[in-house]
Design a protein around this ligand. Sequence first.
Ligand code: IMP
Length: 429
Amino acid sequence: MTNVVVVGAQWGDEGKGKIVDWLSERADVVVRFQGGHNAGHTLVIGDKTYKLSLLPSGVVRPDKLSVIGNGVVVDPWALVAEIERLRKQGVAISRDNLRLAENATLILPLHRELDQLREDAAGTEKIGTTGRGIGPAYEDKVGRRAIRVQDLASPQTLGPKIDRILTHHNALRRGLGQPEISRDKLIAELTAIAGEVLPYMDVSWELLDAARKDGKRILFEGAQGALLDVDHGTYPFVTSSNTVAAQASTGSGIGARLTGYVLGIAKAYTTRVGAGPFPTELSDAIGEKIGERGREFGTVTGRKRRCGWFDSVLVRQVAKVSGVDGIALTKLDVLDGFETIRICVGYTLDGERLSRLPASTSAQANIMPIYEDFEGWSQSTQGARRWADLPAQAVKYVRRVEELIECPVTLLSTSPEREDTILMKDPFV
Ligand code: IMP
């Protein structure tokens, strides 16, 4: 297998940035296939830190082609701003190294406003979205009224499409007591940004087909995490895209058999940003300690992440649904020095034992974790680069995680530095 799909195996923020960067060095093409600028990938290369939201991680490395696939929702203003920000950091971005699928859906200012208006109106029922307009844009995509990248190139058909989308949105806005959106203003805004976006437009499926025929290595870069998947996650506290590995195929236009090895990324503990069920959440000093040691603040919104113990039930389920071949376990060092480490191995609900996440929202909110207690280790694992450098208890912990999730740990990350990585199996081989 020469291609690799990277997906988050929890609720996002698993440390995908470092792993994707590490893999992208050996990939020829890096593809985003879902989500939008709600993602936040931090890359540390030498003495430079890059923060990416919408652009594939390959963009910061020379001679890599980055593709924003059709499954991504693209805010053209955010795209242009991110390109500008990276250029100021010395990154060269042009059509030579960045392409944007012609059939990707656009996020418009009205989507962002609607996202925020809905959250404000939701009171205690908030999802805790990133406020970027992601959900409303995906709604318009499946509602068959979205404006897509290639519409920017067809001024003659843009007008009727804007009329169609505004019929829907202005009715909604009237209901929310908001002023209607002006058709002419929106067309003028899109026309003004079109020239900065269209140079990157291309045909994603054709590009990937050609890359594959040339024997190129393609890396599919997932954003968010599988538990935020709109079908398989903790619905309705999810994002609006499919975040599981299968989306790499539909979100870019490559055949399902060709996406290759699936690498799931999981932290040695669990975090979540935003609202929703979190069975192993720790609202105590231990949760605080994990958050501080793991620097658990959101890249995109700066929000403090909720923290808890590793939940093997969830990661096992994700591994099955995404067909994960191997797990990259990150931030093991955050658990250094804990006398006891707990792993969730099942749940109870009304006296019954469960070995999977139930689909019902109320059941998800009421399940109680069953823990297995594990003796911790006092030595540091930070910066370990060889399996032999790890304390025996840390090795045992990883082995127990593998058993419980029924999937091998093929990569271990022991610090944000790219070299502090223990590789058991190269996903590209
Ligand atoms: P949305 O994607 O902005 O609609 O937000 C929906 C949910 O997904 C919220 O709980 C967000 O906090 C969460 N979310 C979205 N993107 C990310 C991410 O990149 N990392 C972690 N959580 C995310």
